[in-house]
Design a protein. Structure first.
Length: 249
């Protein structure tokens, strides 16, 4: 599904990614861990096409297509989704209208007719139940006045509505209590299929106990320095990243 080779990226004059190699196949869940400033969020931003970051070297193929040649909206239409660490508020735009526009734009890119009002509302009801999102929230402006947990549930609700092929969860567990984290994780697990994949970016193994990855990568100073199974997350939680650095020397 995703093939990243020797990816280098910078913001301004500062190089952040220094040669990322990453392969994700259909149906796989990967976790990316690493200390602050290692490049985790930068990697997610580059993959979805954030214009603040400049790719200086490397290639990224997504289902056989050159991802780096696509505009951000084209990447979304191809099936790439990012759940933000800090979801923004969009005053004056209701969740219902926001999601209807997003869903129908994706359908348009796929050559499909837009959903009717009845079809769309039925879809919203079905997907809302996955993350136990309060129906009242869909009538409010996007994320306006939402609690931290509600914002994160809303992100997974959007993921459910758009049915992406590859979902990137950028520190979705940040600021969540245990109950909210369980609901978010349950939603992610329910949406997982043999044809879709997930990248979970996190500092801790707590979320990974709920969303079980097959592969864990450690990003350090812009490079992936260790790749192993889920046991790697627990070792990092017990010993820290400095332990991993010592193991590599």
């Amino acid at each position: 599904m995703l093939e990243v080779r020797n990816l280098h990226a910078r913001i301004g004059d500062k190089e952040i990614l220094r040669g990322i190699d990453l392969t994700i196949r259909d149906g796989e869940t990967h976790a990316i861990m690493g200390p602050n400033g290692s490049g985790k969020s930068t990697l997610s931003a580059v993959l979805v096409g954030n214009p603040l970051y400049e790719v200086t070297e490397g290639t990224v193929m997504f289902n056989g297509k050159d991802l780096l040649a696509m505009k951000p909206e084209e990447r979304a239409h191809e099936g790439l989704f990012l759940s933000f660490q800090y979801p923004v508020e969009i005053p004056g735009v209701s969740m219902t209208n926001f999601m209807k526009a997003a869903v129908n734009e994706k359908r348009k890119a796929q050559g499909l007719a837009p959903l009717s009002a009845g079809e769309f509302l039925k879809l919203m009801r079905e997907k809302r139940q996955i993350v136990e999102l309060d129906p009242k929230l869909t009538n409010r402006s996007v994320n306006e006045g939402f609690s931290g947990g509600e914002k994160k549930r809303n992100e997974i609700f959007q993921m459910a509505m758009l049915e992406p092929k590859l979902s990137i969860l950028d520190e979705t567990d940040s600021g969540l209590d245990v109950d909210a984290m369980r609901i978010v994780a349950a939603g992610v697990n329910k949406l997982k299929t043999e044809d879709t994949s997930v990248i979970v970016i996190t500092h801790y193994d707590r979320l990974l106990e709920m969303i079980r990855p097959q592969v864990v990568h450690v990003l350090w100073q812009g490079r992936i320095v260790r790749t192993a199974g889920p046991e790697l997350a627990q070792e990092i939680q017990e010993h820290g990243y400095e332990w991993l650095k010592a193991q590599s020397e």
